[in-house]
Ligand binder design. Structure first.
Ligand SMILES: NC(=O)c1ccc[n+]([C@@H]2O[C@H](COP(=O)([O-])OP(=O)(O)OC[C@H]3O[C@@H](n4cnc5c(N)ncnc54)[C@H](OP(=O)(O)O)[C@@H]3O)[C@@H](O)[C@H]2O)c1
Length: 370
């Protein structure tokens, strides 16, 4: 599947662009029979390392659109924390270098191979399950990779609907049976996953207790989360009290907690949980470990679980995953699923990357537009 693009990428590791000459000659000979993609402008890394030093934007040569292939002109793609980890080389599954960055996004079908059914130029598609290499202007991949979506979907939501909103939805359904009136607690509530958890929970009548970090702008962040439907929002320092449960008011104790931060923020989630409650860890933004008191296990019988979307999607879940995505896009179209994003032209990739790396403090999700 990735072979077409990887042939082109191999050129990058050669001594110079002259490496491409034999391929260019081949293309001329086949020009009468083969459909070719346009050249693609791409964010490429040839080795793992700090993303701001190992990535560069280059033009990749056209590739053949084979009979089952679809050539997609990308419209938008986000920079997610896991994209950064893949480039750094610290993500458990990562593409072989040289590679094109990015993992999810949305595009418009540009051309299709002769055997392609159900997709035509002009359709909007997302790679589903997502796949590596979305930070480029044209992608050629087998038709099975692409999921056609409603063109009325807001472009930036279509580009970002899989990695974070799907994680939020799946985690709400996977671990504990929640009913209307139940409560969940989470840290990292300002993340896209966190914002989606608040709204998807509220849609089901489930309340949310939200923990955010102490930083400039935390009052504004609290108000934004409340406007999305958060019941309670606390900074970590507000929870430096003897009995955090005294802050629950009339809300019942939460049975389920979500942790994407670690360290103290994870301990706070555990403190809120009721007897027999479950904390699901899905991220580690602070890079600090989780510490659990012995009494949490003995006297509260808490359970610690983990979730990784990529693993779940890899287990024959393509169909389920696509219907959940359609559901989430419906919610976004209705304005019932919202989150903050900043759209950045692809030409400004490196300034978007700096923001995504946190070099300018807290920033909205960076979404590249092509
Ligand atoms: N396991 C999975 O399958 C899965 C799937 C999707 C996402 N994730 C993980 O979920 C997490 C959130 O992803 P996202 O894309 O939704 O996030 P995002 O929208 O890019 O937001 C980043 C979040 O991390 C917080 N943050 C950044 N640096 C931090 C630090 N040093 N200490 C504490 N908090 C920090 C930010 O808080 P501020 O607002 O205060 O800056 C913000 O809440 C990431 O860890 C990601 O890898 C995991």
């Amino acid at each position: 599947m990735a072979s077409v693009r990887s042939v082109a990428l191999k050129a990058l590791s050669g001594p110079s662009w002259s490496y491409l000459v034999p391929r260019a000659q081949t293309l001329r000979v086949r020009a009468f029979t083969a459909t070719m993609s346009p050249p693609s402008k791409a964010v490429v890394y040839e080795q793992h390392g700090p993303p701001d030093t190992v990535t560069r934007v280059i033009e990749l040569p056209p590739v053949e659109v084979k009979e089952n292939d679809v050539c997609v002109k990308m419209l938008a793609a986000p920079i997610n924390p896991s994209d950064i980890n893949r480039i750094e080389g610290v993500y458990p599954v990562r593409p072989q270098v040289p590679a094109v960055g990015g993992y999810e996004g949305v595009g418009e079908v540009h051309s299709v191979g002769s055997a392609v059914k159900g997709l035509s130029p002009g359709d909007w598609v997302i790679p589903s399950p997502p796949s590596s290499g979305t930070w480029q202007t044209y992608i050629v991949k087998d038709q099975d990779v692409w999921h056609k979506i409603n063109k009325d979907s807001p472009m930036e939501y279509a580009a970002t609907i899989t990695v974070n909103p799907l994680t939020a939805l799946k985690m709400l359904e996977e671990f504990v049976t929640l009913n209307s009136g139940d409560v969940i607690v989470q840290n990292g509530a300002t993340s896209i996953v966190g914002q989606c958890i608040i709204q998807l929970a509220q849609y089901r009548g489930i309340h949310s207790i939200n923990i955010i970090r102490d930083r400039a702008g935390s009052d504004e962040a609290r108000e934004k989360l409340k406007n999305l439907g958060a019941d309670e929002v606390f900074t970590e320092s507000q929870l430096e009290v003897k009995n955090v449960k005294g802050l629950l008011g009339s809300l019942p104790e939460p049975a389920l907690g979500f942790n994407c931060v670690g360290g103290n923020a994870a301990s706070l989630v555990l403190k809120f949980l009721r007897q027999g409650g479950t904390m699901v860890t899905y991220g580690g933004m602070s890079k600090k470990p989780i510490t659990v008191s012995t009494s949490s296990f003995i006297f509260k019988d808490l359970s610690l679980r983990g979730f990784w979307l990529q693993k779940w999607m890899g287990t024959d879940k393509a169909k389920e995953c696509r219907s959940m995505i359609d559901y989430l896009l419906d919610r976004a179209r209705e304005g019932k699923l919202k989150y903050e994003m900043e759209l950045v032209p692809f030409n400004n990739f490196h300034s978007a990357l700096d923001k995504a790396l946190g070099k300018q403090g807290s920033q909205p999700k960076q979404v590249l537009t092509f």
